[in-house]
Design a protein around this ligand. Sequence first.
Ligand code: CAP
Ligand code: MG
Length: 451
Amino acid sequence: MAGYADFVHLNYKPKKTDLIVSFRVRVPFWEPVNTSIGAVASESSVGTWAETVAGLKYAHVQKVAAKVYEIKKEGADYWIKVAYPENHFEFGNMSQILASIAGNVFGMKAVNALRLQDIRWTKNLMKSFPGPQFGTYGIKKLFKAKDRPVMLSVAKPKVGMTTDEHCEIGREVWMGGLDLLKDDENLTGQKFNPFARRVEKALKIRNQVEKITGEKKSYLINVTHSDFKEMEKRARFVKKMGGEYVMLDIITAGWTAVHSLRNLCEDLGLAIHAHRAFHGAFTRNPLHGFSMLAVAEVSRLLGVDQLHIGTAGVGKLVGGRKEVVEIEEHIAEPPRTLGEARRHYSSQKVPPNPKLHTLGQDWLNIKPVLPVSSGGLHPGVVPDVLERLGVDIALQIGGGIHGHPHGSYAGAKAMRDAVEACLDGVSLEDAARHSLELKTALNLWGTSSVR
Ligand code: CAP
Ligand code: MG
């Protein structure tokens, strides 16, 4: 019969048609290793605790069963690789795929902790998802930003301002030189700032600023709602009002919302900005949960155009340099640092990284996703972020603009002057000689990270 340990096959050679998952497993002291590790493959594919389930011996069931084919001990943990025949899954159904590989397994007593580190997708499974509509190069084209970061600011305070106050901040950051205004993750359609009124008023101001500056400006409008019908209504309204983007809190809304919104945005021709609020509940603990790298891969397959990935250790939120650069390399082209020749869009093969236990991936011709770096940034740390993540990113600064002593316009101009200084190879100190706004920001926050 098939006990948990029967799902361990160390001589198995994975096929191209196997989806591969790398897990970190903390085995309870009282559990034999192969039983604990076999349980991960069993409970995430076809098995259960009862070894005498007759159907487990059927050949066609075994054909879609997972197999542990590699086990490596590292300190107190085991790093394992599990192969899942792709026909185990329903093609095009991300919710089912995750219900298998990232479902009950996290709660099993057979493991003390379990972390899903990376997924290597099969060609056929990847092709069953939409991928980004615009992706990095479509977004950069919109703003004529082929050799610079896209620059954006989220209005602060996060929520509570009136629609007029919020939209006036939009005017200031657009006039101050940024490409995008952004709603905060928890601003949707509250009474004090109703959705439709905000969209209408902000886009009217955006049109005025475009005329004055001659520059393309846009707005990341948060359509997140727990009722998809309402979300659809809001996305259609954004289109009607001439917006180019919708923003979605992908984790609190869920993968079905992401996939459905992606399909809708194909019809509407709207780009999707993916905010990842709530991810820290399961990505932060290196011993247990689901990695941000895996979240980023799922987001790319479902087709968001830009995704928050962190600040690589510079800002206020967790997410160290190695981890964030690894994520960037999986959703975007490898970082193009300051001064490097522009890299053309190409299918992107990411090599495995044994140190991080990531599996590598050939992304075929699925468009790259524009990485968004945000969280505790200010003009003084722009060089650090661009040095770590390159220029093919979207740079978001909220408090570091609206906390500027001379207000949001000055804060936005300080950010733009800092970015331009980096692209011109000029130090911020030198640039500040010609920019009172940047000088004031440096006097207040210096060039070090916030806590
Ligand atoms: C940043 C932010 C973003 C975080 C999200 C905030 O504001 O608006 O939501 O960056 O984190 O609410 O904190 P500040 P991440 O610029 O004022 O910090 O980008 O890591 O997903
Ligand atoms: Mg926010």
